[in-house]
Design a protein around this ligand. Structure first.
Ligand code: IPM
Ligand code: MG
Length: 368
């Protein structure tokens, strides 16, 4: 019997609604397998700031430190509501980035995946989608501009200025590239290296390190693409991509574009891997505009559970089952109002019913 501790950080906005469905799935996985999950809820995000005075309270840090893995919901408030929180206490800056730093979760995996049967979700034309979209963005998550030194002030001409630095050392670059090459080895053995070496020195170093690392993976074909060109190609011909690797900010932007070509960021779960601990989260925000209405699709949260099962608990088969269960609900013609418009052949259901249908489908699958 395996025993794993999971910290549950439901977050803000639609977080609690979609987390509830993810917990149902975890409980069923427990029932179906030789495993026990000890689930501990902990406050995190804007709500935690209002109730505990900090968006990443010490008690939450302690629970996360103890956990084998962390399942995190989306955080943040609407722009107006955010203004009620001092800038340095806003959850993106004071909870999410510190969590990434605390657990050194340098490798972020964001699958951009849409099986053919769900092609109608995508805004891309059927002839572009072909057999569906199935690529994965590997984003460096604890370096670069988001973590560099920041300076704000008034310069000698009396003008307000800002300076933010983008720093990487070769080791930070090497470790994320190893992750990307290893993934490429397990998939189609093609790695797209996304960079901007025609302008940025950081990309020049990145590419130098890539040449060194590539020597260990001679079976993998590397294709180099400038980040701006990659943005276009993601729309025009996503089928050419399989594993794409890039630094932090490029990955932030292109992964949202990934959500765009799928038709919704709601279809984007992710895994954030550190040397000792990983955490799992939807790639999207807390969608305050639809919070509390039970119309948010829990796909990204349940997909994050699927990624957790595979990456943290080596439950590969059950992870695949969870993915298939979710896809079967769409394939059966059900969807939620955040993803689909009423009418046509889609039967509109609510968040909890989507979760229930995933459960029903998973229950019918063989284990082992
Ligand atoms: C993401 C988010 C975060 C990021 C924000 C909320 C700080 O956009 O996970 O992509 O920029 O990394
Ligand atoms: Mg983002």
């Amino acid at each position: 019997m395996n025993y794993f501790k999971i910290a549950l950080l439901e977050g803000d906005g639609i977080g609690p609604e979609i987390m509830r469905e993810a917990v149902k799935v975890l409980r069923l996985v427990e029932e179906r397998n030789d495993v026990i999950f000890e689930l501990t809820d902990a406050p995190f995000g804007a709500g935690a700031y209002f109730t505990c005075g900090h968006p990443f309270p010490e008690e939450t840090q302690a629970i996360c430190d103890e956990a084998d893995a962390i399942l995190k919901g989306p955080i943040g408030l609407s722009h107006e509501e955010s203004q009620k929180i001092p800038v340095d206490m806003q959850p993106e800056r004071a909870a999410l980035l510190p969590m990434r730093r605390r657990y050194n979760t340098f490798a972020n995996f964001r699958p951009v995946s849409l099986p053919r049967g769900l092609a109608h979700f995508s805004p891309l034309k059927p002839e572009i989608i072909g057999d569906g979209i199935d690529l994965i963005i590997v984003r460096e998550l604890v370096g670069g501009l988001y973590f560099g030194e920041k300076e704000v002030g008034v310069n000698e001409q009396g003008l307000r200025y800002v300076k933010e630095s983008l720093e990487y050392d070769e080791e930070q670059i090497r470790r994320i590239l190893h992750e990307a090459f290893k993934l490429a080895m397990r998939r189609k053995k093609v790695l797209h290296n996304i960079h901007k070496s025609n302008v940025l020195k950081s990309s020049v170093l990145w590419n130098e390190v890539l040449e060194e690392v590539a020597a260990d993976y001679s079976d993998v074909e590397v294709r180099h693409i400038l980040v701006d060109a990659a943005a276009t190609l993601l729309c025009l011909d996503p089928g050419q991509f399989d594993v794409m690797v890039m630094e932090n900010m490029f990955g932030d932007i292109l992964s949202d574009q990934g959500g765009g070509i799928l038709g919704s960021l709601g279809l984007m779960p992710s895994a954030c891997k550190g040397p000792e601990k990983s955490y799992y989260e939807p790639s999207h925000g807390s969608a305050p505009d639809i919070a509390g209405q039970s119309i948010a699709n829990p796909y990204s949260m349940i997909g994050s559970v699927a990624m957790m099962l595979e990456d943290s608990f080596a439950m590969t088969m059950e992870s695949k089952n969870v993915w298939s269960a979710m896809q079967s609900v769409f394939a059966d013609g059900y969807s939620t109002p955040d993803l689909s418009k009423p009418g046509g052949s889609v039967t509109m259901i609510k968040t909890a019913e989507f979760g229930d249908r995933v459960i029903e489908s998973l229950r019918s699958m063989p284990t082992g």
